[in-house]
Design a protein around this ligand. Structure first.
Ligand SMILES: [Zn+2]
Length: 387
């Protein structure tokens, strides 16, 4: 990964220009409108994270330095068959897209996720290692669920989510073939074999990685992933039907129960020692929102969320029958539009209420029609053409 300090002066300038009050307000207004939480603060800060505590959303627009990683952005454009598009060429445009995608993801948690996470108060998870492992698994399933539900209920989210997930998958793929990872692979077959706890940690990380690739990454990139450890592959094969069920379960309690069934099935590869836990965490790829799912002080003051129920009929990248779906489609035929879009620009609170209309009575896509700021015109055109 590129360190923040060695960003080029051009990248630093794009980042500085982007992190202005106007754009912060734009994202905050969007988050309020979309999540339906009128008292919501949004900060754009340098933390290499994106997360929510229910009262605020924190986003680092330079998350993972994707915005200035031309090869990742160009690879994402190629993978999504976007033709000539601006994001790999224009850092400011890339910042707009990445920030909005991360914002959408956090808003979807505010809409669909039960907070604080139920596993943090479950006595069955008697050790830190068990809670960590459960939290990581639940995070992957929850992320897959909220993104499926969001695309099902709202139009024009899909493009953003597919873009950011494809970028994450490509970074992960780069890492998978990196010297560090290869060294890890050698260790896996070598020294860790003698340390059963660390061996479990590597198998668990490979298993979770496999789940992530299956549930969150585009299927076309799955094929390029290096072969997973055969033991991890076996655990994955044994739990695939449970994963399929868990990610499309509408209620937070239902998903939690489904996650427990998976956790029971992988209990033999949950390590217990601190060193093994540390190794497991170091082998897991970065996902947005980790602080919102992990064990931390945030939850003592967390704004409760019940988690709205939705019954999505397909995943972000796959139809229910497993057919890959790379390009963006619109939702189930309902558009959500602002009731008084003309008031939106003035920042008054009254325009934050959404209502639902039949698609045939709406002439243009929601998040663009509703937003006078209209973040990125080229995306508008793109989606309208493809829609
Ligand atoms: Zn998340």
């Amino acid at each position: 990964m590129i360190m923040r300090e060695i960003l080029s002066s051009e990248a630093k300038k794009a980042l500085k220009d982007f992190k202005c009050e106007k754009i912060r307000m734009r994202e905050e207004s969007f988050a309020k409108m979309f999540s339906g939480r009128n008292i919501l603060k949004l900060s754009l800060i340098d933390c290499n994270e994106a997360y929510t505590d229910g009262k605020s959303i924190t986003i680092d627009p330079a998350w993972q330095n994707i915005f200035c990683n031309k090869s990742i952005l160009a690879g994402t454009e190629r993978c999504m068959e976007l033709g000539s598009s601006p994001w790999s060429k224009d850092r400011f445009q890339a910042l707009c897209l990445i920030t909005r995608a991360l914002n959408i993801h956090e808003c979807l948690h505010l809409i669909y996720t039960r907070f604080p996470p139920m596993h943090l108060n479950d006595e069955r998870l008697s050790s830190l290692a068990k809670r960590k492992a459960f939290g990581k698994l639940a995070n992957i399933i929850e992320d897959a669920y909220i993104e499926a539900a969001g695309c099902f209920e709202f139009d024009n989210l899909e493009f953003y989510l597919k873009f950011i997930n494809t970028s994450i998958a490509l970074m992960d793929l780069n890492y998978a073939f990196s010297p560090e990872r290869k060294a890890g692979g050698e260790k896996l077959t070598g020294e860790y074999m003698d340390d059963s706890e660390k061996y479990k940690a590597t198998i668990l990380a490979e298993y979770m990685h496999k789940c992530l690739a299956y549930l969150i990454y585009p299927p076309s990139l799955n094929l390029s992933m290096p072969r997973f450890d055969p033991t991890a592959e076996q655990y994955f094969a044994n739990t695939k039907h449970l994963l399929d069920k868990a990610v499309l379960t509408p209620s937070p309690e239902g998903r939690y129960n489904a996650e427990w069934k998976i956790f029971e099935a992988i209990k033999d590869i949950i390590p217990e020692t601190d060193a093994a836990l540390e190794l497991f965490c170091s082998l897991m790829p970065n996902l947005p929102g980790a602080p919102s799912h992990d064990e931390n002080d945030m939850f003592s003051d967390f704004q409760q969320g019940h988690g709205r129920e939705c019954r999505p009929e397909r995943m972000l990248f796959r139809l229910k029958n497993g057919t890959p779906n790379i390009k963006s489609e619109t939702g189930r035929g309902n558009c959500y539009v602002l009731e008084k879009s003309e008031e939106y620009g003035s920042g008054t609170g009254s325009a934050h209420r959404l209502f639902q209309e039949r698609k045939d009575s709406v002439t243009f896509p929601v998040f663009f029609s509703a937003m006078p700021y209209c973040m990125i015109p080229s995306i508008t055109n793109l989606i309208m053409v493809k829609g």
